[in-house]
Design a protein around this ligand. Structure first.
Ligand code: ADP
Ligand code: ZN
Ligand code: ZN
Length: 748
């Protein structure tokens, strides 16, 4: 067999190996090459995989070796650098390459859709040309102009000898600020038809200018940050942009991206799930006159494919997206930005391939030899540690832009004040004061629904989830009980199913706080923002707009309020239940609590009015709250790092978790015990457990975990490498599932 006739293909299968195929026969239009997709036979099915390498050798006997059916791409969909990134991810997360590659492709591309950009365009019909010639269209001047423009473009293309195609939305948009209505009317009259064409390579329509909007006049601190990053555009350079909320981090990103674009290179911006708001995208489009690709979980498969193609073609100059956008095929990458780098949504925690987009972004920047900026008001403890060790260059924006002052913060001791419906008297008095002074109030409670439990007033029954070790949350508006862990739903009972006596919701959720406040402040318009609201498309937007415009004076919300619109008139923030995170078994809980409090507090007083933050707690003397209050996030982080060091938690050690679930707790624990028994544990490494998960029963399955801890990363990974094949060879009950999580974020 001649050289390099064997394709090593990554297929979306849970097997830690590549699959060998002969090159397709007949050869087909596209030559096989690493990074291209191929269609291959697999058992009786056909699968789409990605060529990882070409070789001249295979261990498969010639009569068993099958031929690939077709090479799908003219050019690789993963360039050499992305191929490296995927290979790195498979190795670092000890995960099958096929599933890693699959995670990096939009669904329709995994199914074999063409990678070439298909662009919608419009061409005139014979009737349309007649109408132009006879003047039949001239009674509608706008339509006449648009039709003439499209016809003119077609003529020019013929004259230039460029391939015939219609006019695109970009082209029409550049010529006419509003054109869609005219195009719709012309199509309806049969004078235009909509078609599409395949665009190879970036758009040839050059925008009139790069900038659509003028940059702001940078503050001295912003300028220092911009200068430092721009001085490093030709090399790998990690930066921590540590700036409080409203200090102008986004403006720094925009300025640096401008310079990158001017160099003819492209930018990748990663944002957390809830950070990718229309407002953020609007800020980019208001500044730059370049195509943008936006990638997030709310897209349809078709939209996601279009954004991916636009990025692959080099048409989109800025790719902005959530977690999986770290794999976006941005060529000629000039900078990576990770906004709100501490956010947990950068870590994939649900599916089998549990990667950290932030950490992989770092690897991507390193491989590409470009800077990466991690931005946050509340950097993760790991990132602060790296900054302290000078692995990252710290750039600080310690002040808010404009006049606004940082808010004053204080605790309210819940043991010393009257509390009604979760609200203490001083908190309510403060609300009255701020509303009276024309301010707005934000009430933060990290729990959606009406109440976290439904309790029988006679026998003590509490509505349990049948599938989880959890209580059902009361959703009064929907008249339902819902489990926030498995999604189970039930109608809201009026009587105790056990004794028939009356039931009563206990505790507070956003719905109930909204109801209470409506009663206490009958003349004040109130808005609520949580995931139940945000689920309906556009509703979160409406709420944000109502608050930003001042129509709503009180906003009750969960974490979701920390992102998106500026609320310049919010002068008071009340944190209702700070105590949940104080005594958790998860060593990261204090960090998350501190971040939440700071992020929520950051919403106060962004305008010219000073802000006030009140944190209700039963433990106001808790060191975490004390450090946070008196020394801010930095003070908290200093203490947190000391504690991590004393107890050898990350960043002073590396962790991996093996989690198992089964239909009985015993089966899950037993599997992990056997796995642990199969380990050859090197010196300096600890295997802890198995222990049941904090909520052992979830969605009718029982969960347990083993924790691997080691100060040395290389030792840990070598250990996992030798251990995994042993675990994979264990016999386990059919219903048992297990997974590996490298650098786990949640440990409860
Ligand atoms: P962050 O991303 O740190 O929260 P932003 O970049 O959103 O901060 O800036 C906060 C507000 O300050 C925005 O309204 C922004 O337009 C404004 N801003 C940012 N930089 C400047 C500047 N140099 N001069 C005036 N206003 C600025
Ligand atoms: Zn009862
Ligand atoms: Zn449940």
């Amino acid at each position: 067999m001649s050289a390099e006739q064997i394709l090593q293909v990554a297929l979306d299968a849970p097997l830690r190996r590549l699959f060998d195929y002969r090159t397709p026969e007949p050869a087909g239009r596209c030559a096989p090459q690493p990074g291209k997709r191929v269609r291959v036979p697999f058992g009786r099915r056909q699968l789409v995989g990605v060529v990882v390498a070409l070789t001249d050798h295979t261990d498969i006997p010639p009569d068993k070796l099958r031929a690939a059916l077709e090479v799908l791409d003219e050019a690789p969909v993963f360039d050499a650098r992305l191929q490296h990134l995927l290979a790195f991810a498979a190795q670092y997360y000890h995960h099958p390459i096929g599933e890693v590659v699959a995670a990096a492709l939009p669904k329709l591309a995994r199914d074999g859709a063409t990678a070439v950009e298909v662009i919608a365009c419009w061409v005139s019909t014979a009737a349309g040309r007649d109408a132009l010639a006879t003047g039949a269209v001239s009674r509608a001047p706008k339509q006449c102009e648009v039709l003439a423009f499209i016809e003119q473009q077609a003529v020019e293309r013929t004259q230039l000898g460029t391939p015939a195609r219609g006019s695109t939305a970009d082209e029409l948009g550049n010529a006419f600020p509003t054109w869609r209505e005219a195009v719709r009317a012309l199509v309806a009259r049969g004078w235009l038809t909509a078609t599409e064409y395949e665009r190879h390579g970036p758009s040839t329509t050059t925008p009139s200018a790069l900038l659509r909007g003028e940059p702001l006049h940078a503050t001295d601190e912003q300028l220092a940050a911009i200068t430092a990053i721009e001085a490093a555009l030709d090399r790998y350079a990690p930066f921590l942009l540590h700036g409080i909320t409203g200090s102008g981090k986004t403006e720094v990103y925009l300025r640096v991206i401008e310079t990158v674009l001017r160099q003819g290179r492209n930018a990748l911006v990663l944002v957390p799930e809830i950070g990718l708001t229309p407002q953020l995208v609007a800020r980019f489009t208001a500044r730059f006159h370049v195509p943008l690709a936006v990638l997030h979980s709310g897209l349809t498969d078709t939209e996601r494919l279009a954004a991916w193609r636009s990025s692959l073609a080099g048409n989109a100059r800025i790719v902005i997206g959530t977690r999986s956008a770290v794999f976006a095929p941005v060529n000629n990458l000039g900078i990576v930005i990770v906004d709100e780098e501490h956010d947990a949504s950068f870590k994939q925690q649900d599916t089998a391939f549990r990667y950290s987009a932030r950490d992989l972004a770092m690897v991507r920047a390193q491989q590409s030899g470009i800077p990466i900026v991690l931005g946050s008001a509340t950097p993760s403890i790991e990132t602060l540690h790296n900054a302290a060790l000078a692995r990252y260059t710290t750039l600080s924006l310690p002040r808010r832009t404009g006049q606004s002052m940082p808010p004053r913060a204080a605790t309210i001791d819940l043991r010393q004040h009257a509390v009604r419906q979760g609200l203490s008297t001083p908190a309510v008095e403060a609300m009255r004061r701020h509303l009276g002074a024309d301010g707005q109030v934000l009430v933060f409670i990290n729990r959606r629904g009406y109440a976290p439990s439904l309790v029988c007033t006679a026998c003590g029954w509490m509505a349990p989830c049948g599938e989880c070790d959890a209580r059902l949350t009361v959703h009064l508006g929907a008249a339902q009980l819902r489990c926030h862990h498995c999604g189970a739903q039930a109608p809201l009972p009026e009587h105790c199913p056990q004794c028939g006596y009356a039931v009563r919701p206990v505790g507070q959720g956003t719905e109930r706080v909204e109801e209470t406040l409506t009663e206490w402040f009958p003349d004040v318009p109130i808005a609520r923002l949580d995931r139940d609201i945000a689920r309906r498309r556009g509703d979160a937007e409406d709420v944000m707009t109502r608050v930003a415009s001042g129509d709503a004076r009180i906003l009750v919300g969960t974490q979701m309020v920390t992102k998106g619109h500026d609320f310049p008139n919010v002068t008071l923030v009340v944190v209702l239940n700070a105590d949940q995170g104080l005594f958790s078994t998860d060593f990261r809980a204090p960090e998350r609590l501190a971040q939440t409090i700071i992020q929520v507090a950051g919403r106060a007083g962004r305008g010219d009015k000073p802000g006030e933050v009140l944190i209700q707690s039963e433990y106001p003397e808790h060191p975490l709250l004390q450090h946070l209050l008196h020394e801010g996030y930095d003070g908290f982080a200093r203490e947190a790092l000391k504690e991590r060091e004393a107890s050898a938690w990350p960043p002073y050690s590396r962790l991996a978790a093996i989690r198992a679930s089964a239909l009985t707790l015993a089966a899950a624990v037993e599997f992990l015990r056997t796995a642990r028994g199969a380990a050859v544990v090197p010196r300096g490494l600890k295997v802890l457990g198995p222990v049941p998960a904090a909520m052992a029963k979830r969605a009718s399955r029982y969960h347990a975990q083993l924790l691997v801890e080691c100060a040395d990363r290389a030792t840990l990974h070598r250990f996992i490498d030798t251990w995994l094949p042993r675990i994979e060879s264990l016999t386990a009950p059919r219903d048992l599932r297990w997974s590996l999580d490298i650098d786990p974020l949640e440990l409860s």
